[in-house]
Design a protein around this ligand. Structure first.
Ligand SMILES: [Zn+2]
Ligand SMILES: [Zn+2]
Length: 258
């Protein structure tokens, strides 16, 4: 039992460590100007908050989310003697991972879209994330703390429960989801990024959503673009070279005004 608890704890703490290591790597790569989706000047001029505020905001949110998760484990852990066993079969692990990805995507798509459509929720919660018009890696989880709890903590708990994965598998799943979210905000389209081979939902795709014109499109996150396609909120784009160097995700469809 003590062992299982430590796996659950790791599933909470390891993704936070992964977040800062992975975004730290991107900070070092930030000088690859020719793969940047926006210039550094745009990053400074268009973003409505300082990097210091972002770091403090993310740390505070991670602290709250970790506390909420640990509280949840403590409450449910006592009654739940039999946590699912660690499967040895690759097929079972792959099925659990895929299920968890689909659950998380479904939860996040509809909640994220609702955060845009409900003016009150947008103004008081989700607009905080959109203060970063030019996203960068460690801004990925810069959200209102309540949004973080609803979108990430509840979404994570649902993915964990419905996929039937063991706490040990969840360490890897939540770390992977964290890497994917950071990657989608990194602001770079580096050639050979292995995540871009498997996922069409990438930094350029999410960049369209962060632009003022794109806020009614490309809600899908963090893994697949499926829900945007099904629900008609998909905005295709082409990756063009910017005149001053670097890249740009340029929408290729007319925007609907309402
Ligand atoms: Zn949004
Ligand atoms: Zn974002």
């Amino acid at each position: 039992m003590g062992f299982a608890v430590s796996d659950e704890l790791l599933g909470t703490v390891v993704p936070i460590v992964v977040y800062w290591i992975y975004s730290g790597i991107y900070m070092c790569l930030g000088s690859f100007d020719k793969y940047r989706l926006h210039s550094k000047t745009d990053e400074e001029e268009k973003n409505l908050i300082s990097k210091r505020t972002v770091v403090e905001g993310v740390l505070f949110q991670q602290f709250l989310q970790a506390a909420a998760a640990i509280l949840l484990f403590t409450i449910t852990g006592g009654q739940n003697e039999a946590s699912p066993p660690q499967p040895s079969s690759f097929v079972i692990l792959a099925r659990q991972f895929l299920t968890a990805m689909l659950v998380m995507d479904t939860w996040q798509y509809f909640l994220h879209r609702y955060f845009h459509e409900n003016k009150f929720l947008y103004r008081h919660l989700h607009s905080r994330h959109h203060r970063l018009v030019v996203p960068y890696a460690f801004g990925a989880l810069y959200n209102h703390p309540l949004e973080g709890l609803l979108l990430d903590t509840v979404g994570g708990a649902l993915s964990f429960m419905l996929s039937g994965m063991s706490p040990r598998t969840s360490i890897f799943f939540f770390s992977f989801a964290t890497i994917k979210t950071v990657d989608d905000h990194c602001g770079l389209m580096l050639p050979g990024n292995p995540l871009h081979i498997f996922f069409r939902n990438n930094s350029a795709y999410h960049d369209v959503h962060h632009q003022l014109y794109g806020s009614k499109y490309n809600f899908s996150q963090p893994f697949f673009i499926m829900w945007d396609k099904i629900m008609g909120t998909y905005m295709p784009y082409s990756l063009e070279k910017r005149a001053e160097g670097g890249l740009e995700a340029r929408p290729t469809k007319e925007f609907k005004e309402d």
